[in-house]
Design a protein around this ligand. Structure first.
Ligand SMILES: [Zn+2]
Ligand SMILES: [Zn+2]
Length: 287
């Protein structure tokens, strides 16, 4: 937040509400929205994430519930420019959000995940399953920059290479014929939350029941420890977060295949050595 007298450096008319430290911009709410829309569109074009006539499902993942609400609003703005259909895919337990959406489908996890990796993969499989029934061919996962950087850091430090392909900007579930894409991967969590807060989008959301049902120390607090570090690092050196994301791309493209991760898990789409990942083979083997 910046003081009342300051004007937006983009439109030079409206009052600025946000100081973007790494660029020196001071933005009003409208220009902040435009800037986020631009970042997301850029990522969509770069990775060819969406095409006209796609049926899109916007996933509300349990690990980024709060961010998902304003991210959906941004996607709603962008989607009008494509000839697409937009569904909201939300956890069954999440109540009281986004009243003006017509097409809502619900997913439910088969059990409480033990780790964050398990959480991400169970969500993908359950979202893909339900999407397949509604003709959805692309699923947007609204993970933001800090989440992606944290997930990379945590798994690199724990030498858990098998988890790294969850960071892929595009993931394919062969069994359900669905692509997962992450157009918000370069958006800062703080910016999208500030936008959602100032737009009044976050007041209607009730999280407690879903959080108590799915979160455990292992799957959330452990990530939280690394997240604190990433957020602190990003404040002083934003460029390091972007470099971290670049490094994850390099790992997926060059290094994981060297370690034998050359195929995609049939169900969740993570890069694997065999046909199914650890999570899917334990949980869905007999399905
Ligand atoms: Zn402005
Ligand atoms: Zn899998």
């Amino acid at each position: 937040m910046v003081s009342k007298a300051v004007k937006c450096t983009t439109c030079r008319i409206r009052q600025a509400v946000y100081y973007r430290r790494e660029s020196g911009e001071k933005l009003c709410l409208q220009c902040l929205e435009k800037s986020i829309v631009r970042q997301v569109k850029h990522e969509i074009n770069k990775w060819k994430m969406l095409e006209p006539h796609d049926t899109i499902g916007f996933l509300i993942p349990i690990e980024t519930l709060l961010i998902s609400i304003p991210a959906f609003k941004i996607m709603f703005i962008i989607e009008r420019k494509y000839a697409t259909k937009l569904f909201l895919i939300k956890p069954k337990e999440l109540k009281g959000i986004v009243p003006d959406v017509e097409k809502v489908v619900e997913y439910q996890l088969p059990r409480r995940p033990k780790t964050i990796i398990e959480l991400l993969r169970l969500e993908r499989v359950e979202a893909a399953k339900i999407s397949n029934k509604h003709g959805i061919n692309k699923i947007i996962v609204p993970h933001t920059l800090e989440f992606e950087a944290t997930y990379f850091l945590m798994n690199i430090l724990e030498f858990n290479f098998e988890a790294l392909s969850d960071l892929n900007p595009k993931i394919y579930s062969e069994k359900y014929g669905v692509f997962f894409t992450k157009p918000f991967r370069k958006v800062k969590s703080y910016e999208i939350l500030l936008y959602g807060y100032l737009k009044g989008l976050l007041s209607e959301v009730h999280f407690s029941s879903i959080i108590s049902k799915y979160f455990t120390f292992n799957n959330c607090c452990k990530l939280g420890k690394y997240l604190d570090y990433i957020v602190t690092l990003g404040k002083g050196h934003f460029e390091l977060l972007i470099s971290t994301l670049k490094m994850s791309e390099l790992f997926i493209e060059k290094i994981l295949p060297e370690y034998g991760f050359r195929r995609s898990c049939l169900l969740c789409g993570a890069l694997v050595k065999n046909r199914l990942c650890n999570v899917c083979s334990t949980l869905y083997f007999n399905a």
